[in-house]
Write a protein that binds this ligand. Sequence first.
Ligand SMILES: *Cc1c(COP(=O)(O)O)cnc(C)c1O
Length: 357
Amino acid sequence: MTAIWSVDTEKFYENAVNVAQDNQLMAVVKNNAYHYGLEFAVQQFKKVGIQTFSTTSLREAIRIRKLAPDATIFLMNAVYEFDKLRAYHIQMTLPSLDFYYEHVEDLYDIQVHLEYENLLHRSGLKSIAEMREVLIHHVQNKNEQRMIITGLWTHFGYADEFDVPDYEIERKAWLDLVDTLLTDGYQFDLIHAQNSASYYREDGVFPHHTHARVGIALYGSRPYSDVEETEIKQSLTVKGNVIQVREVNQGDYCGYSFAYEATQDETRLAVVDVGYGDGILKSRAQHEALINGKRYPIRALMMSHMFVEVDSNVRAQDEVILYNNDIRVDEFTFKGVGANSEQLSAMNHDSLIKEYR
Ligand SMILES: *Cc1c(COP(=O)(O)O)cnc(C)c1O
């Protein structure tokens, strides 16, 4: 018995179909496709009809090229390996005015997407004036070998926030910028801005945009709690097993350093073979696990074990589910455990057995 991380391939595919609907998506496959596995995810998304992918690492971008020879691949971080970008036809962000002037010659034949900084302040050109400066400099650049301006993009920092006005502010600034540049007469093959939260908030892709740049929804977690559970379904299961069930009495301390004190005699504790070493977050262990269809409280979390307080229906070898579509990653996101991607990223793929069913 070992704890298992498993994905139901059919459910993963069906969810992606349902998320995409009739919209054009750029699938975000960074961090090994949110740890679902880059090869697996790209194959499934291709079956759905998605032909545009983005990631943050050049190494992954090159792996995507091998999996999807005809795809459009967009690298969201700037890199300095210009020959590789050309060799593998990887499009890249243009992250700042400084980067442009410094590498205007290195960038020849590379397709770039002008990035708008906006409220996240992680990367990008700072204003319409800076955008125009690049566009005008580029037009006036008579060098035969120059970069190719293919896209225009931004990334929102507040699309999953509803209590503050910041999303409306960044949204308006961005849509105004797009409008202005299109009115100027500039054209772009790709215009993209929306992550999962913005895609659902806007009920689809913004006007004039070619794609929404969606990650987490494609991996089965809702970006915010108002999205119905039936709209986005989780194909991932993470589960361990009951090794044995032990009885303890009132006042007994269980686990390391007084982790849990039993409050009643004949308290039944299931010892389960999964712990923080497998990537279960401490904050996740404040909540429950699912055994035989019923939820039971986790009482203590150790490196490769946890205690779950159970009743007489639970026995050795029963499965203990930490995550599946009935006890979802996004449920715990909304309970404050950590972002969807944070819970997924914590999983230890060296210790968990990995299965695609
Ligand atoms: C991760 C990421 C996305 C996807 O965000 P989700 O919330 O997972 O949909 C889109 N754009 C950029 C720049 C990202 O880093």
